[in-house]
Design a protein around this ligand. Structure first.
Ligand code: GLY
Length: 415
């Protein structure tokens, strides 16, 4: 079998790396890939005709989609009539991520534990809600916004500023809603579904803010770890019952064509776990730890999702803890310079994984080409050791203006 992995981040490098444990790596193609991947093909993730042409010419039978945009644009529907199979949900099903309003209504309809919400189209008085809550709300834009459509507000002024910002960015009639604000730790539960069954991977935790102590602007994710000690068996059971199973009922009832990965972005609140959002794909950087932690063959899980036989596959995990420290370009998530030569990659110990993200090859050198540049992933028997090891290895790498958070995984040591 020949496989095309769509996307260019650390997530896609990790997917290709894991697939290379199932089949000869020469049969895996990365479209467009990055400086760490191989068989790179310069076709954009949403260029469906370009992907089709490459797959036909190279006898690719399976497309594994990393990012959300091609799924939201209907890559699974585009190939529905062809012999090439796409691992990922249909455009309709991808609304769980691409329309936050649609997803919120889905959650309500199927009794998924989530925060209360108010929206104009339901006749709710938004100003009244902001006044009554003193602006302690979350304002969410409906569409895909690359992590920039969520505003966590602490007073009325912030809530009104968020509404203004949405209008400036997306127009006077930008669709949005307001959500009850909770506090607590966030948790990512990511699994496979064939539309009838789920298989969940290890619970993981992302670190979205740029700086230590969850300070600074939100990024795509500055690091992750798994498993998460606070997510014990009892909590996992609650999450299954309050969130995962109602979602599965909804997918079935709405007859969504869903053969892919589903991501539950949760908050652990005093009222129990609440679903903040769905994503219809692997998380980034969570994938860089949950795939190394997965013992079961990835291709087996993908095939079973496509064949609707997930109930026959047992998921097993590797022992220990996995920690990913993201090395980023100075200035990210704002503007940053590219083309910085990366040194020290060959000094990293062999049992540490390096998943490239914003890198490219320039002759014999690897240079930066994005905000999140590299993922340094270490495994150890304890979380503390895995953290230490990831930082020891990360310190061997450098490029001009490199920065990284120094507290990845710390929450897992205290909870
Ligand atoms: N880690 C967050 C995301 O993938 O959306």
């Amino acid at each position: 079998m020949r496989i095309a992995v769509i996307g260019s981040g650390g997530r896609e490098h990790a997917i290709a790396w894991k697939l290379a444990q199932s089949i000869d790596k020469n049969k895996i193609f990365c479209l467009p890939g990055n400086g760490g991947t191989w068989n790179n093909v310069p076709v954009k993730a949403d260029d469906f005709a370009g992907i089709e042409k490459f797959c036909n010419q190279n006898k690719v039978e399976l497309i594994v989609v990393g990012p959300e945009v091609p799924l939201a644009k209907g890559i699974a529907d585009y190939f529905a009539e062809s012999d090439i199979r796409v691992f990922g949900p249909s455009k309709d099903a991808a609304r769980l991520e691409s329309s936050k309003i649609w997803a919120k209504k889905f959650m309500k309809k199927y009794g998924v534990a989530t925060a209360d919400f108010w929206m104009l189209e339901d006749g709710d008085d938004i100003e009244q809600v902001i006044d009554e809550t003193d602006g302690n709300v979350v304002v969410k834009y409906d569409g895909l916004a690359a992590g920039k459509g969520v505003f966590v507000c602490g007073n009325r002024q912030e809530a009104y500023d968020a509404l203004e910002e949405l209008k400036n960015r997306y127009g006077e009639t930008a669709p949005f809603f307001i959500e009850q604000k909770f506090s607590g730790q966030e948790l990512s539960i990511i699994g496979f579904t064939d539309g009838k069954n789920f298989r969940l991977l290890q619970p993981s935790q992302d670190h979205k803010p740029a700086f230590d102590g969850d300070k600074g602007p939100n990024t795509g994710g500055m690091g992750a770890y798994c498993p998460v000690p606070v997510c014990n068996e009892d909590l996992l059971k609650q999450i299954q019952e309050a969130i995962v199973l109602p979602t599965l009922r909804g997918i079935q009832n709405e007859q969504l064509n869903y053969h892919g990965v589903i991501y539950f972005g949760l908050m652990l609140t005093e009222e129990g776990p609440k679903l903040l959002e769905y994503n219809v794909r692997f998380g980034d950087p969570e994938t860089e730890v949950i795939l190394p932690a997965l013992k079961t063959d990835l291709l087996t899980l993908i095939r079973a999702s496509l064949d609707e036989t997930l109930d026959r596959v047992a998921v097993e995990f590797n022992d220990g803890y996995f920690v990913d420290v993201v090395l980023a370009s100075g200035g990210y998530p704002g503007s940053y310079e590219k083309g910085k030569v990366i040194t020290g990659l060959d000094d990293v110990s062999e049992d540490t994984l390096l998943f490239h993200a914003g890198t490219e090859r320039e002759g014999n050198r690897i240079v930066t080409s994005g905000g999140r540049v590299l993922n340094v992933v270490a495994r150890a028997d304890t979380l503390a050791e895995a953290i230490d090891k990831a930082y020891r290895e990360a310190a061997k790498i450098s490029f001009e203006n490199m920065y990284y958070r120094k507290d990845i995984g710390k929450k897992g040591l205290t909870s």
